[in-house]
Write a protein that binds this ligand. Structure first.
Ligand SMILES: C[S@@+](CC[C@H](N)C(=O)[O-])C[C@H]1O[C@@H](n2cnc3c(N)ncnc32)[C@H](O)[C@@H]1O
Length: 241
């Protein structure tokens, strides 16, 4: 499993769903909480979207944070759709949602689907988010154009991805982290050789923010903003339709 084969990727996430949240926290030294919170802040920065879609939603951390953020800021968020093709990741998300107040639960719509083939009508959402998902999607241009199609004009799409730092010292530390820590967590997550290989590769294959920004522009997005986080080991991309 060296290529981004959707069937194998779905099965990998089904396999690791119950350990995913802990793995994410360990791999990021819990920095993911800070980065994920930024996604929720940025989606409401310039407007007050009422209909949001969380693409490659996984176990729902971003969607739940976004709902809570809207509640705190008294933003009238109507619905947040969680779209993912892994039924097991969605199952974990649904389980976590049960701990929320009923009025929040009612705003969450779960949808098992491939993000490169969204069955929503055009201009359906005011905002879209996708955290750590893009690098798993096999056809990124198709994915970006689907998001562009389903967003209303002036809608915002916030992408969060793991990236490589630019600073020399940070880069050295990052390389060490890739060589030592990632294999350790990968082994703990799955002993399946193929799945393990892909996981390693996907974590290692850090997306270049500039390349992603170019692809987003080709899909029709404008005013692309790039915001490095924690010295560039993660990056937020703000895309506007
Ligand atoms: C690394 S996880 C990220 C989960 C979540 N966004 C988070 O913040 O933790 C990637 C998720 O993308 C999903 N995924 C990958 N490719 C997909 C596709 N083509 N369509 C739908 N979901 C996809 C996987 O099932 C997995 O749940």
């Amino acid at each position: 499993m060296t290529e981004k084969n959707p069937v194998a990727i779905r099965s990998l996430f089904n396999h690791i769903a119950n350990r995913y949240d802990l793995a994410n926290s360990l791999l990021s030294f819990h920095l993911h909480a800070l980065w994920n919170q930024k996604v929720s802040q940025r989606i409401f920065q310039k407007s007050a979207p009422q209909m949001i879609v969380d693409l490659c939603s996984g176990t729902g951390d971003i969607a739940i944070r976004t709902l809570k953020f809207a509640e705190r800021k008294k933003i009238a968020l109507t619905q947040i759709h969680l779209v993912d093709f892994s039924e097991e990741m969605l199952k974990v998300a649904k389980h976590k949602a049960l701990k929320l107040p009923l009025e929040m639960q009612e705003k969450m719509i779960f949808k098992q689907a491939d993000v490169t083939n969204l069955s929503y009508e055009s201009s359906f959402f005011d905002g879209a988010v996708c955290a750590y998902g893009v690098r798993n999607v096999n056809n990124i241009p198709l994915f970006l154009s689907e998001v562009h199609r389903t967003l209303k004009p002036k809608g915002t799409f916030v992408i969060l991805e793991l990236t490589r730092p630019k600073h020399v010292l940070m880069k050295k530390l990052h390389d060490l982290y890739i060589r030592t820590f990632i294999p350790l967590i990968g082994k703990w997550l799955t002993s399946n050789k193929d799945a393990y290989g892909y996981l390693q590769e996907s974590i290692r294959s850090f997306t270049s923010p500039n390349q992603l920004a170019r692809m987003a522009e080709e899909a029709g997005f404008t005013h692309v903003e790039i915001e490095p986080l924690s010295g560039g080991i993660a990056t937020l991309l703000l895309l506007h339709k």
